[in-house]
Design a protein around this ligand. Structure first.
Ligand SMILES: [Zn+2]
Length: 232
């Protein structure tokens, strides 16, 4: 069962007073209580996804950062827009939507999920349909892939399809030297001779097609040939 909070009437100005002044007094049943106390609800439902601490207002700041990303405004603009709004439920509801979304899509928890800008991902990809079973299998597979050096980037990669977030392992200097000797100092593309420093290591079979970062899958190309290859 998912914990749902009772939505009290919360003056938005109290949220921001809490955020800006970090004062404890006079703010009862507010979003500050939701986001900013020891064992607050935000900590209970989302602590494992958030960096920082509720005491230092980090959670509240994160929630504000996410919702203002959605609104396309700064925290200050959001503050002044909502200054006369007596209800901070929008912020709380939004925050809970983000957490619900994470738990619906990425059903298996990994410690790498902590500290990701989930709200920003939700704002951008939250309405995209995903097949949960294949997402789950893919996360497991990428977590176990030695060549994926940024495990945190797996989530953004799955949502965006952009490989750069995985920071795929590069060939080390020893491999580069061995391949250089094997290629007799020549670029495999154009056959011209180059210094090792002028050649770029390239996966013969791309990582996305199952190629690993192992010596057998390494070739050296000059800048021009590598550029031509990646244009294809
Ligand atoms: Zn070349």
């Amino acid at each position: 069962m998912k914990m749902k909070i009772e939505l009290h009437k919360i003056p938005v100005r109290d949220v921001f007073e809490g955020y800006v002044n970090n004062q404890e007094d006079g703010v009862v049943g507010s979003a500050k209580k939701y986001f900013s106390r020891t064992n607050c609800i935000a900590y209970k439902i989302a602590g494992k996804y958030l960096n920082g601490s509720s005491i230092r207002q980090d959670y509240l700041e994160t929630a504000l950062k996410w919702i203002t990303d959605r609104e396309g405004c700064t925290i200050e603009e959001y503050m002044s827009l909502n200054h006369h709004n007596d209800d901070a439920a929008e912020l709380i509801n939004y925050f809970q939507d983000v957490i619900d979304w994470i738990e619906k899509i990425f059903i298996k928890y990994y410690k790498e999920m902590k500290g990701i800008e989930w709200g920003v991902l939700y704002n951008k990809y939250g309405s995209n349909p995903l097949d949960i079973a294949s997402v789950t299998a893919r996360v497991d597979e990428l977590m176990a892939d030695f060549d994926v050096t940024s495990k945190k980037g797996i989530y953004t990669y799955i949502l965006s399809g952009e490989e750069k977030y995985l920071n795929i392992r590069k060939f080390d200097e020893r491999t580069r030297k061995n391949v250089y000797a094997k290629q007799n100092g020549k670029c495999v593309g154009c056959g011209k001779e180059f210094k090792l420093s002028e050649l770029e290591a390239d996966h013969i079979t791309a990582w996305s097609k199952g190629g690993k970062t192992i010596p057998e899958n390494c070739q050296l190309l000059c800048k021009n040939c590598n550029l031509k290859k990646s244009d294809r």
